[in-house]
Design a protein around this ligand. Structure first.
Ligand code: PLP
Ligand code: COI
Length: 355
């Protein structure tokens, strides 16, 4: 069988695993849908686009990505509308960011028709896996890795691009307690912080483990020079509501240019709420917390959606944030976003794509 948009060979699974899934108890990242899309890069071009049953890969122990971390990924979601349509959210922004990451990591760009064609064909084929339970979605993980079996350090000549998906519930079981990190760093200017590359996440695990031993769930990273300015969190951008404004660190080459973040900024502008995208000092946040001026702090990301932060820890002191108020920006924007994602309100911004 071949898809019409692009030549994709499709080999369907003989037995679906769908009935094994408890859609009322999904958690995050444990369940994978029936199929995956794969394309190979060799001889200077992408080829061999195919959809096959989700399953194991066979790799050489010398595969370059396993040694030197030349690997990038994306995270996106598909939602089910009340009419039963499957909706993707701003998928071409993920494609563009993927290629930005690819450039920084010295990897080949993936053409739009392969990224979008593979994505839409895969999601269409596994559309029965898109959950309709509130707060659930089909998480989509496109990624690329250096596939050469070669032990010297150099850009690979061959790459593998894969998209797999899986139904997910909430990323956080409860509003996270976050610690402002003032010793370790995630990214420095001129580094790879702005790329969605595997190493950024590997390097965050040890500092995050230490914070977890102190009772925190996540870190808020600070700048590498002075530890004086807020950057972002482990898997989400951070946003603050204070003094009647939405305030968020600007995007630089040390932070990920989050799609949820820029969506929320656009909604705030649309609602006439003042927005400041700028450098935010840790001191400013701690002062606002002490003076009761910080209405809310939340993480914004595909997995996290809008995750209200319960507590911020800084230099041994814990500051508890107020509960999210009924008519607050944080609550309203989360509700509105969920309505747009699921097609329950008119998408006046043109962000959703029906597959
Ligand atoms: N920052 C980091 C480090 C992330 O991993 C993510 C998740 O993708 C985000 C921010 C949020 O980005 P997005 O809203 O595009 O998912
Ligand atoms: C996402 O929000 O899609 C992410 O990539 C976060 C991930 C590290 C779980």
């Amino acid at each position: 069988m071949t898809a019409d948009t692009l030549q994709i060979e499709i080999r369907q699974t003989e037995v679906s695993r769908l009935k094994e899934i408890d859609f009322n108890n999904l958690g995050f990242g444990r369940n994978m849908a029936d199929h995956m899309f794969i394309a190979d890069y060799s001889d200077g071009h992408w080829q061999n686009s195919r959809i096959v049953p989700y399953g194991e890969l066979s790799l050489s122990p010398a595969t370059a990505a396993l040694h030197y971390g030349q690997t990038i990924f994306e995270g996106m979601k598909a939602y089910k509308s009340p009419q039963g349509d499957t909706l993707l959210f701003r998928p071409t922004d993920n494609w563009k960011r993927f290629n930005k990451s690819a450039e920084r990591m010295c990897m080949p760009a993936i053409p739009e028709e392969i990224f979008m064609g593979g994505l839409t064909e895969l999601v269409r084929l596994d559309s029965a896996w898109v959950p309709s339970q509130e707060g659930s979605a089909l998480y989509i993980r496109p990624y690329m890795f250096a596939a050469d079996a070669y032990v010297g350090v150099k850009p690979s000549d061959t790459y593998t691009f894969i998209i797999f998906t899986g139904p997910v519930g909430s990323y956080f079981a409860k509003p996270p307690r976050v610690k402002i990190e003032t010793h370790f760093i995630r990214a420095a200017e001129g580094g790879v912080g702005g790329a969605k590359c595997g190493g950024n996440y590997a390097g965050s695990l040890y500092p995050a483990k230490l914070a977890q031993q102190e009772g925190y769930d996540q870190l808020i990273w600070t700048d590498a020079r002075e530890h004086a300015y807020i950057e972002e969190s482990g898997a989400m951008n951070v946003m603050f509501v204070m003094d009647g404004k939405l305030v968020t660190p600007f995007v630089s080459d040390t932070t990920l240019d989050g799609i949820t973040r820029k969506t929320i900024v656009a909604i705030a502008h649309h609602w006439g709420i003042p927005v400041e995208e700028r450098r935010i000092s840790v001191k400013e946040i701690i002062d606002a917390l002490k003076e009761g001026r910080l209405e809310s702090a939340f993480g914004a990301g595909t997995a996290a959606v809008v995750s209200h932060i319960a507590t911020i820890g800084y230099e041994g002191a814990d500051y508890t944030l107020p509960e999210v108020a009924e008519d607050s920006f944080a609550k309203n924007v989360k509700d509105y976003l969920n309505q747009i994602y699921t097609g329950k309100t008119e998408d006046i911004f043109g962000w959703t794509l029906k597959v």
